[in-house]
Design a protein around this ligand. Structure first.
Ligand code: ADP
Ligand code: 5GP
Length: 201
């Protein structure tokens, strides 16, 4: 796949979503290594940076007032309150890349995924599902980035989130990182092939 087709061919938007701890971040990082030319949208959030997180790389860390100003100015393609903090996709950045012909990945929660799909029906929705609920719990505990209370909150949200997997364009079971990355790369590459071979495009 060419990184940038430019001209009149717009890029595609791929939304990678699913419960916290399912492995979205892990798979998206592996996907970016595997498929050249993808651009990962860096979200804005009101949550505090975790140790090692870098402004502009992992997130744009904003004060609540700055975030709300962007909401009021229609600066977000979508935004949602997730596990007690606000997160949003910066509209202008995504639109610039898509207009330049680049494929864009959004790694966002299922509320935001639904908003993008309604605003942009051509966006491709991919649900990352853990092999089991118990494995999801093990992964969240093993990651060690949340308190036990935060883990319980994320698992409660996961019960509801898992119910909507069937409404997505694709469901990828993250049983094994290598295998699931192959499946994700295949989804992205097959969309690029279909689009690039369509004479109407
Ligand atoms: P998310 O971005 O969906 O919240 P992460 O990518 O942070 O999830 O993954 C949660 C934890 O599970 C991390 O510690 C990660 O290393 C681990 N993990 C991800 N995928 C797998 C997998 N296929 N098998 C085992 N552990 C995994
Ligand atoms: P974390 O705080 O662990 O980085 O992310 C918590 C959740 O917020 C994850 O499910 C992640 O996908 C989601 N998230 C990250 N960025 C965005 C965004 O821009 N919009 C929405 N709706 N969710 C996001």
């Amino acid at each position: 796949m060419e990184p940038n087709r430019g001209g009149d061919s717009r890029g595609d938007v791929f939304i990678v979503s699913g419960p916290s701890g399912a492995g979205k971040g892990t798979l998206v990082r592996a996907l970016l290594d595997r498929v050249p030319g993808l651009w990962l949208s860096v979200s804005a959030t009101t949550r505090e940076p975790r140790p090692g997180e870098v402004e502009g790389v992992h997130y744009h860390f904003l004060a609540r007032e700055e975030f709300d100003r962007l909401v009021a100015g229609d600066g977000f393609l979508e935004w949602a309150e997730v596990h007690g903090n606000r997160y949003g996709t910066l509209r202008s950045k995504v639109e610039e890349r898509v207009a330049a012909g680049q494929d864009v990945i959004l790694e966002i929660d299922p509320q935001g995924a639904g908003q993008v799909k309604r605003a942009l029906p051509s966006a491709v929705l991919v649900f990352i599902e853990p092999p089991s609920f118990e494995e999801l719990r093990r992964r969240l505990i093993g990651r060690g980035s949340e308190t036990p209370e935060q883990i319980e909150r994320r698992l409660c949200a996961a019960v509801e989130e898992l119910k909507i997997a069937g409404t997505y364009d694709y469901v990828v079971i993250n049983d094994d990182v290598e295998r699931a990355t192959d499946e994700l790369a295949h989804i992205v590459e097959s969309h690029a092939r279909t689009r690039d071979s369509d004479p109407k495009d």
